[in-house]
Design a protein around this ligand. Structure first.
Ligand SMILES: [Zn+2]
Length: 155
């Protein structure tokens, strides 16, 4: 197996670096949601994929994804970024890992939308632009509220 060749110490270091990043991105997203005046819960285990942020009553869920691990398409960061580029050694291993993450992400989003949730993905590379982040999250939560009202009145 190719994956056995990947030096486990190197892999552990990479995973740790990504986890640290992930935490920073999540914190930034939480801050924006709070700033916009919306309530949320973290990692609700009763919801498919335990979304990073969610509001069950308002029927929305937000996933915060690292561009590398979740294979952000057309991402400037993973194409040219030092940290984001797929390592040349064991390329197959990383590509398979990212592909399986993407499949899992898609199935989580599908399960949530079947439960009537609106689902938003925030990518790591979007977090740097706080104005963009605010307008994206704001629009998303408003549209979730609208959809919920429409469902509410039609039944
Ligand atoms: Zn990206």
């Amino acid at each position: 197996m190719e994956s056995d060749i990947v030096n486990s110490a190197v892999r552990r270091r990479m995973m740790q670096a990504v986890q640290r990043d992930g935490t920073d991105i999540e914190v930034a997203v939480r801050r924006v949601v709070r700033l916009l005046g919306h309530r949320y819960r973290l990692n609700r285990r009763n919801l498919p994929g335990s979304p990073d942020l969610s509001n069950e009553k308002a029927r929305w869920a937000i996933f915060v994804h690292g561009c590398f691990w979740h294979g952000h398409p057309h991402c400037a960061k993973t194409k040219g970024g030092r940290r984001g580029r797929i390592p040349v050694a064991n390329r197959g291993f990383w590509e398979r890992k990212i592909a399986s993450n993407r499949l899992r992400d898609a199935s989580k989003a599908k399960s949530l939308s079947e439960l009537g949730f609106r689902v938003l993905t925030i990518w790591e590379c979007e977090v740097q632009n706080s104005e963009h982040l605010q307008s994206k999250i704001g629009t998303f939560i408003r549209s979730a509220a609208q959809q919920k009202r429409q469902i509410g009145t039609s039944t």
